[in-house]
Design a protein around this ligand. Structure first.
Ligand code: PXP
Length: 237
């Protein structure tokens, strides 16, 4: 089965926030991505609201026809917003104020009680829960104990490696983590740093249902338009 593509539209909001105005609109970007064949839309509502705003999330909830995945830190504020907005999926991610983008997976192992409690509350609202985790055994095993439905494997180390041997090593870690997650009855997705050059190898890993991609698609859309940028990525999966 073909790996599904979910498009992250955070960077459309990043550009809008540069002028604090109304354009470009991440909701319009989401509509265009869906029309081009994206099977889900992803946004990260950060504590500092550097790109996506609460109103974006509400409008996306009303307009997204495929699946809305809200990335968020497991904080009380975000849990309240999620259970009031009801996205289809919540992905729990770590968040640091000073980081440029999400730097690593959630330390599930180190914070298992807090994360499990957050998941319980989110799932009670009928939302599917995914955890963004590094592709290593400790984190996968910890994730399987939290009650999460899915794990999103962090592909950043793979994407940041430029030599072939390093890439093969990182792909192998993602493959092993996928197998381990599936054996624990977790569904598997992956993302971070994926682009038109490195995506195909990840999409070939059996068991990864979907990929969440933002930066590269939005960058390509500046030159090619959203429709072509999304279609070209789908063709590579
Ligand atoms: N998955 C998660 C959990 C993320 O935090 C991000 C970045 O917002 C992505 C996927 C997409 O990463 P990129 O923008 O590098 O494609």
């Amino acid at each position: 089965m073909k790996t599904r593509l979910n498009v992250n539209v955070d960077h459309v909001a990043t550009l809008r926030q540069a002028r604090m105005g109304g354009e470009p609109d991440p909701v319009a970007a989401a509509v265009a991505a869906e029309l081009a064949g994206a099977q889900g839309i992803v946004v990260h509502l950060r504590e500092d609201r550097r790109h996506i705003q609460n109103t974006d999330l509400i409008l996306l909830k009303e307009s997204v026809q495929t699946k809305l995945n809200m990335e968020m830190a497991p904080t009380d504020e975000m849990i309240e917003i999620a259970v009031n907005t009801l996205p289809d999926v919540v992905t729990l991610v770590p968040e640091k104020r000073q980081e440029i983008t999400t730097e690593g997976g959630l330390d599930v192992r180190g914070d298992i009680e807090k994360i499990s409690a957050a998941i319980k509350e989110i799932k009670r609202a009928g939302i599917l829960v995914s955890i963004f985790a590094d592709p290593n055994s400790d984190q996968i095993m910890a994730t399987s104990k939290t009650g999460a439905d899915m794990v999103e494997l962090h592909t950043g180390s793979y994407a940041n490696t430029s030599d072939k041997t390093g890439m093969i090593t990182q792909l192998d870690k993602i493959r092993k983590a996928t197998e381990e997650a599936l054996s624990q009855e977790l569904r598997v997705s992956a993302g971070h740093g994926l682009n038109y050059l490195n995506v195909t190898a990840v999409s070939r890993i059996k068991g990864i249902e979907e990929l969440n991609i933002g930066h590269s698609i939005i960058s390509q859309a500046i030159f090619r338009g959203m429709e072509k940028a999304v279609k070209e990525m789908i063709d590579l999966l």
